[in-house]
Design a protein around this ligand. Structure first.
Ligand code: CP
Ligand code: NVA
Length: 310
């Protein structure tokens, strides 16, 4: 049985140093290149990944499933509702049992504490497929996408406009570890909570809170937004009303650097947080970003299973 220290969980970007993140990103790029050349290195032959979804997903579910198959492994798709988790079996006991059957677990669960409890009791790697707190796999794909189009993230000025949410937090972690500058503009009602503020403080000046969204975007190399209503949010009408000035439209994009990219983790709500002319416009890389979920997560999977280079 692996010791707790040696288990390679991927729970948050901030848990890793830049060297490890760079190893993962390098493997992601290499695996992408090999795939385009028609090669499928069987790094995870006969390994089984259990994917537990307590909430909806299109990209995370399909990209992990396809990624495991391309690497020679298999997946089991589970939902919390059909497991004994829904009948009060504890997360920790679930982790102990699953560790006897499968080789790794990827989980989407709103409670970050539950994710940590699962990882704490598991004797196999656990991957965060999104919690209310963070979405690290998404941001690895975002960084891969930015660097493919524009070069190193540590030279970049990034602007986050809209709701202060899980995706934003993983961006805070990314600039903290990898460098770059992140401006955040969110209304006070939906701005950073205490946990987010302490992560922002830990970024040591790389993250700045700016009230005016246009000022936050000024000169940015990358503009990012996300849904105004994340999974688990209920105040839909209030959010749509208060977040309206943060919509990324052409006028907002024109405040950024003329070569700025636009990203959104998707699913997007066209006409709310982003207009269709931006989503479908020349600066948008949202579908490259979605594609890179596959490649970035293959890098994460390879790393979790002990690979450092390919
Ligand atoms: N961006 C993202 O995680 O998408 P899904 O919710 O479809 O997995
Ligand atoms: N912030 C969104 C991301 C969805 C991929 C949510 O948590 O619902």
């Amino acid at each position: 049985m692996a010791s707790a220290q040696s288990i390679r969980h991927f729970l948050d970007i901030k848990d890793h140093d830049a060297t490890t993140l760079r190893k993962i990103l390098d493997m992601s790029l290499r695996l992408k290149q090999l795939l385009k050349e028609g090669e499928h290195p069987q790094l995870l032959k006969d390994k089984v990944l259990a994917m537990i979804f307590e909430r909806e997903s299109t990209r995370t579910r399909v990209s992990f499933d396809v990624g495991m198959r391309q690497l020679g492994g298999e997946t089991i798709m589970l939902t919390g509702k059909e497991m004994q988790l829904s009948r009060e079996e504890t997360i920790a006991d679930t982790a102990r049992v699953m560790s006897r059957y499968v080789d790794a677990i990827m989980i989407r669960i709103l409670s970050h504490d539950d994710l940590l409890e699962l990882a704490g009791a598991a004797t196999i790697p656990v991957i965060n497929g999104l919690t209310r707190v963070s979405h690290p796999c998404q941001i690895l794909a975002d960084i891969q996408t930015f660097e493919e189009h524009r070069g190193p993230i540590n030279d970049a000025k990034v602007a986050w406009v809209g709701d202060a949410n899980n995706v934003m937090v993983s961006w805070v972690h990314a600039v903290t570890v990898l460098g770059g500058k992140l401006n955040i503009s969110a209304p006070k009602e939906y701005g950073p909570d205490q946990g987010m503020l302490s992560d922002i403080a830990a970024a040591g000046g790389k993250v700045e809170l700016i009230d005016d969204p246009r000022a936050a975007v000024d000169g940015a190399d990358l503009v990012i937004t996300d849904t105004w209503v994340s999974m688990g949010d209920s105040d839909v009408n209030e959010r749509r009303r208060i977040l309206k000035p943060y919509r990324v439209d052409k006028a907002m994009m024109s405040a950024a650097n003329s070569k700025a990219l636009f990203m959104h983790c998707l699913p997007a709500h066209r006409g709310d947080e982003v207009t269709s002319d931006v989503m479908d416009g020349p600066q948008s890389v949202v579908f490259d970003e979605a594609e890179n979920r596959l490649h970035a997560q293959k890098g994460v999977l390879a790393w979790c299973f002990g690979w450092d280079e390919i």
